[in-house]
Design a protein around this ligand. Structure first.
Ligand code: XIL
Length: 358
């Protein structure tokens, strides 16, 4: 394709023909690539790292969406039953605002990272219902117009050996908010409270290890189908995508995304990392880094093949601050797109290429 360029040379206006000018240059960043495909590319972020220049620069340059990794969890937001401390989460939301990034909120109802005053408080179901309603309405209200999508509920379905059943939690049945034994009714209540607090925000259900077809994703599918049929406000499902197996079945994920999006909800990949075995210095093998890149490529391609799959988010972006190392006590790591010195890895190149190709 020929394009006419007007160039100024020493004050003289010249019109020239430029061969090859129509070729679109490759995207310079993940967010530029994502923008071309109408996608969101996000990452979990930590407020305490924003003062590190390389951290902040990489975050702003590469991503158009940000999610507080821990800063919006109960244990951070709720010093006690009466008060809210938004200071850490606000720093991240302000940063996102300054860099035109969308914010995903995470998370309002979860069985983990709750403060001891709550878990050990011996509250009655009525009291817990009051606490949860106030929490959801206050937090969602505080970020109204700033958080575009909320993980309203996180990981409510159990793992082995009770795979796909509702997990026993303080919110469900230990003692619960008064709806113990009523299946997903307690989750429904939470989605309705969130919608009341911000009618514009997208409301997601987020889950681990439900990427593929199977008992857990079947249970979530049944819930979403039921919610949609009855007009319970749910707009999306988040699949975390913490991958530890380099041979994961991505075709099953794609089929799963297909059936959820057919219900009219969005799907977002919310917490992707691909952990690798690492040596004592935290380094993975070159072969594994290539296999990891291929995994990112396959997952991104699967998401891009469904119109309703709208975001790919990684759980952090530099291996310097990844929860994988803490969780595996250093035996695994290197799961993210940038190494500990913020150098892009093969996985970064793979994701950028794939994102730009829809
Ligand atoms: C993790 C954070 O990355 C850690 O910093 C924290 O110590 C524990 O939680 N599923 C989720 C995330 O939904 O909130 C978890 O984040 C990882 C698993």
């Amino acid at each position: 394709m020929h394009r006419t360029l007007k160039v100024q040379m020493m004050g003289v206006g010249l019109t020239v023909f430029c061969l090859g000018c129509g070729m679109v240059p490759s995207p310079a960043s993940l967010r530029e690539a994502a923008q071309r495909s109408g996608m969101l590319v996000g990452t979990a972020a930590r407020p305490e790292q924003l003062t590190e220049a390389a951290y902040a620069a990489t975050l702003a340059r590469e991503f158009n969406m940000l999610e507080p990794e821990d800063a919006m969890k109960w244990e951070v937001l709720r010093p006690d039953s009466q008060s809210f401390d938004f200071s850490q989460a606000d720093r991240l939301v302000d940063f996102a605002g300054q860099h035109s990034m969308k914010v995903r909120g995470h998370t309002l109802v979860w069985h983990q990272q709750n403060p001891p005053w709550l878990t050990q408080g011996q509250f009655t179901p009525d009291q817990l219902a009051g606490l949860l309603e106030t929490h959801i309405k206050t937090v969602v209200g505080h970020y109204r117009g700033k958080v575009f999508a909320w993980d309203v509920a996180n990981e409510a379905f159990d793992e082995q050996p009770r795979l796909g059943q509702l997990r026993d939690t303080i919110w469900y049945n230990r003692p619960g908010i008064g709806l113990a034994g009523n299946g997903t009714a307690y989750l429904e209540r939470c989605f309705r409270w969130a919608r009341e607090a911000d009618p514009q925000a997208l409301l997601f259900y987020n889950e681990a290890e439900a990427e593929a077809l199977g008992p857990k994703s079947d249970a979530i599918y049944a819930m979403v189908q039921d919610f949609r049929k009855r007009g319970v406000p749910i707009d999306g499902v988040g699949f975390e995508m913490h991958i530890g197996n380099l041979h994961s079945d991505i075709s099953s994920f794609s089929a799963n995304v297909g059936r959820f999006t057919a219900l009219g909800v969005q799907v977002q990949i919310t917490e992707m990392d691909v952990s690798l075995p690492v040596d004592a210095h935290g380094n993975a093998s070159a072969e594994d880094l290539q296999r990891q890149a291929d995994m990112y490529r396959q997952v991104a391609a699967a998401c891009l093949s469904h119109r309703g799959c709208t975001a790919i988010q990684t759980w952090g972006f530099t291996d310097k601050y990844s929860w994988i190392g803490w969780q595996s006590k250093g035996t695994r790591g290197a799961g993210l797109l940038f190494d500990r010195n913020y150098v892009p890895k093969p996985a970064y190149q793979a994701l950028r290429e794939t994102l730009g190709a829809r």
